[in-house]
Design a protein around this ligand. Structure first.
Ligand code: ZN
Length: 129
């Protein structure tokens, strides 16, 4: 399925909710009530990943979720229902690169700044003998 079709599904032009909720290998954007957003990626079902973020936020488990950390520290309300798919890639390496690209392009303060550094650090590690 082309990205435009994904976006159409997501924006409601095509009400195929199960497709959206079961999407794997996507890069998504979750908006906050302060108009900032959090960008993430998943190799598992999108609905499952969002549930993890929601659980982390509810339980204030901030170590695995930048959005939980933001909601916990600011008291802002996360607009889960406005989660948007901004890209898709079935290969995790290029998905990581695309995620980093979107983070540096949109530059949301919710994303931890260390993402790009950690991406390149992990790339360097794979290149080492
Ligand atoms: Zn906020």
């Amino acid at each position: 399925m082309e990205i435009l079709q994904y976006l159409n599904v997501y924006s409601g032009k095509n009400k195929q909710r199960p497709i959206k909720d079961n999407l794997k290998n996507v890069i998504y954007e979750i908006p906050c009530s302060c108009n900032d957003t959090c960008i993430g990626k998943n190799g598992i079902k999108l609905a499952t990943r969002i549930k993890e973020h929601k659980d982390s936020t509810r339980l204030m488990k901030t170590q695995n979720s930048a959005i939980a950390e933001h909601a916990t520290s600011t008291g802002h309300r996360i607009n889960w229902e406005k989660t948007r798919i901004i890209d898709t890639d079935k290969f995790w390496k290029t998905r990581n690169i695309k995620e980093s690209f979107h983070i540096s392009n949109i530059n949301p303060s919710l994303n931890r700044n260390s993402r790009l550094e950690s991406l390149f650090a992990s790339r360097l590690n794979t290149l080492r003998p």
